[in-house]
Design a protein around this ligand. Structure first.
Ligand SMILES: *Cc1c(COP(=O)(O)O)cnc(C)c1O
Length: 453
């Protein structure tokens, strides 16, 4: 029998050491570390390996080939770090090993999930009686929001989509902004709306939907808006769009994977106004709130519509009269995501969450200012935590990105923004300091100045 305590202690030691060293590590793993992963590539082992040795192998071989996303100098995609309370809660939750499908399987998991869903509605100033669910990611949350929209709009037309499917159903028109996120496309295709069967609304220089260009909407329309464009951080004009949609009974779904969290600060009131008027919201707790993976959240005003589209029935799955987690999401057996979410939100509180959001936005401003003062062009209005920068030609910008990633002081990715090649910077990590920004900007500027194109 493996000695459980010894293995857990070893994993904790390795984890603590990793967390201590990650700030000083090169952000991208070395070519040697990646090559060494080959040591793991063996045929399925015929015999047992001691659990301590298994953990040691992960620490020795896989650890060095991880990307130091938690270290404070990773600015790629929109990747949060992990708050200490959330990380520790994740370890504890692993020891508990709960299945959060049904309340009877884990009263603790179900209760924490109820609590965090209420807290998130409160923090984001959304209707307090929203229903919702904890899912893997914003893509899954977008899927759930659209499934609820589909159920509600078709039920109003006398069509039971859960029983009768989409063939022969009254048509639903889906409206999106031109700069909508790829995950919405995937969600639209998964839910049966079709990713090409959409009406695209023109957007402005920041990627915001032009409300004046909305097509005629009706009670059979789903309008998908964005809170936080993944490149610019821009927000669709929610108030105007939601008002128009409400008048005719259309459904508004918000993809707010990271941007929705700006609602915790009154500083961004202007940007986020009217988002509470929508019908469903998708967001990620693993991005800006730094809860760790995987932690998506869907919230729906018409809770019955979500439940109709997600509930599963079988004699042995009958739950209690209370909320049963699995009947609000696609999964049945699932990890207890509420544990880390609760730990993160409890540790931050309203003031801590607000401070985290405001601080990362200020650091994004600082990053942009440093690059601008070195003569490089910032392509977007830096309204929240996202910065787009061009170093001149597309070739030069791509070369800067490649060398920055290789250099390893920090990590930034690339994108194309309205015909221009850009470096994307997202400041989403709770542990990023001013010094991290100064050092990262310095490294990028040094590298850009070395390239003579
Ligand atoms: C990150 C992001 C998504 C997808 O999030 P996942 O958690 O990776 O599924 C969707 N929409 C926007 C705006 C995003 O920034």
């Amino acid at each position: 029998m493996p000695d459980t305590s010894a293995v857990l202690k070893l994993a904790a030691e390795c984890g603590v050491r990793y967390a201590q060293e990650v700030k000083d590590r090169k952000v991208s793993p070395s070519a040697e570390a990646i090559a060494a992963l080959g040591r793991l590539r063996e045929n399925f082992p015929e015999t047992t390996t001691d659990a301590r040795r298994v953990v040691e192998m992960l620490d020795e071989i896989a650890g060095p080939a991880t990307v130091a996303t938690t270290g404070g100098k990773y600015f790629g995609f929109v990747i949060g770090g992990v708050l200490p309370a959330a990380m520790a809660a994740n370890w504890l939750a692993a020891a508990w090993g709960q299945n959060a499908a049904l309340r009877v399987m884990s009263p603790a998991a179900a209760e924490l999930e109820d609590i965090v869903l209420r807290w998130i509605c409160d923090a984001l100033r959304l209707p307090p009686d929203c229903d919702g669910g904890l899912v893997t990611c914003a893509t899954a949350a977008n899927f759930c929001g659209l499934a609820a929209a589909r159920s509600a709009l078709l039920a109003r037309e006398g069509w039971d989509v859960e029983s009768d499917g989409m063939f022969g159903a009254p048509p639903i028109e889906v409206i999106v902004g031109d700069e909508y996120h790829a995950s919405m496309q995937k969600a639209l295709s998964m839910v049966g709306f079709g990713k090409n069967r959409v009406t695209r609304v023109p957007t402005d220089s920041q990627g915001r939907m032009r409300a004046s260009k909305l097509p005629k909407i009706s009670a059979r329309s789903v309008v998908c808006i964005q809170a936080g464009n993944v490149n610019t951080g821009a927000f669709d004009p929610a108030e105007e769009i939601c008002k128009q949609a409400k008048e005719v009974g259309a459904w508004v779904h918000v993809d707010g994977a990271f941007g929705l969290w700006a609602r915790v600060s009154p500083k961004y009131e202007e940007l986020t106004r009217g988002l509470d008027l929508a019908d469903s919201w998708a967001t990620d707790a693993h991005k800006w709130p730094n809860v760790g993976y995987d932690s998506g959240v869907v919230l729906v005003r018409d809770g019955m519509a979500l439940k109709r589209s997600m509930a599963m029935s079988a004699a042995y799955l009958q739950g209690s009269a209370q909320r049963e987690p699995m009947h609000h999401v696609p999964d049945s057996s699932r990890r207890a995501r509420g544990v880390e979410l609760w730990a993160a939100l409890k540790s931050l509180g309203r003031s801590g969450l607000r401070e985290l959001i405001e601080r990362t936005c200020e650091l994004a401003q600082l990053f942009a200012a440093n690059l601008r003062s070195a003569g490089y062009e910032i392509l977007n209005d830096v309204v929240i935590n996202q910065v787009l920068v061009s170093f001149g030609s597309a070739e030069k910008t791509r070369e800067v990105i490649r060398r920055v990633q290789q250099d390893g002081t920090c990590w930034c990715g690339g994108t194309a923004w309205q015909g221009k090649t850009a470096m994307r910077i997202s400041v989403s990590n709770w542990s990023t300091t001013r010094d991290d920004i100064e050092k990262s900007a310095e490294a990028i500027i040094r590298i850009a100045q070395q390239i003579k194109v």
